[in-house]
Design a protein around this ligand. Structure first.
Ligand code: AMP
Length: 225
């Protein structure tokens, strides 16, 4: 399977798309946000520092992210391709990742930009509820992602929580970080000829459909029925 890099503003739907690709095609999804949150939860020596940086809406120091990412990519389930959800977040990370991929003899794959209006991001951020156990994403304002039982995960029955950075104030800060640091990656991957854009402002199913069409167009036979 082709490696995918997802580029998107906060709450644009990276997590939901990754989850859908994982469920339907067995894609391995690597969320650096989750790797960092897990590192904090599991008592990583830099846990307090990571948590503080995440809670400030800024990006976590590159070196910390590289180490966690490299360890994860080296796990055996990533052998046949994976989705990067939330990495790279700036040009420096993209350049470092190019080097890493070369060293590991892997293919860069393609970058997919999830295009969305800022207003829609607000609804998604404030309404998002994440399963504490399986990470599955729900939204109390979205029909397609509504928890069937309040506070309970539709997939595994785990407890749904609101991430502490999923507030309107935090969205403003994280969105600005996206504009300053991550948006330049659109040109970076466009110049490499591997950038594809999908409309991520409608339903999760429509986002998935567009990605399937891209993969099919590239000769990866994914079934989009
Ligand atoms: P996410 O779950 O992708 O929305 O990320 C949540 C937070 O984790 C971000 O606001 C950053 O503080 C941090 N983070 C996630 N991915 C990265 C990355 N590639 N580089 C630096 N910080 C990151």
């Amino acid at each position: 399977m082709r490696n995918l890099i997802l580029l998107a503003a906060p709450a644009a739907g990276k997590g939901t798309l990754s989850e859908n690709l994982r469920e339907k095609y067995g894609y391995v999804s690597i969320s650096t946000g989750d790797l960092l949150r897990n590192a904090v939860a599991n008592g990583h020596e830099l846990g307090p520092k990571i948590h503080e940086m995440q809670m400030s809406g800024a990006l976590v120091t590159n070196e910390i992210v590289y180490q966690l990412l490299e360890d994860r990519i080296n796990e055996s389930d990533c052998k046949n391709g994976y989705i990067l959800d939330g990495f790279p977040r700036n040009i420096e990370q993209a350049e470092e990742y190019d080097k890493l991929i070369k060293e590991m003899n892997k293919d860069l794959g393609i970058a997919i930009l999830l295009d969305i209006e800022k207003e829609e991001l607000k609804v998604r951020t404030v309404g998002r509820r994440t399963c504490k156990d399986c990470g599955s994403i729900h939204n109390i304002y979205k029909e397609a992602l509504l928890p069937k039982k309040e506070g309970i995960c539709n997939k595994c029955g785990g407890e749904l929580i609101q991430r502490s950075d999923d507030t309107e104030e935090m969205l403003e800060i994280r969105y600005q970080t996206y504009l300053d640091k991550t948006k330049p990656l659109i040109d970076y991957y466009n110049e490499k000829g591997i950038l594809y854009t999908v409309d991520s402002g409608k339903t999760p199913a429509y986002t998935l459909e567009q990605v399937e069409a891209i993969l099919n167009g590239l000769g990866d036979s994914v079934d989009n029925n």
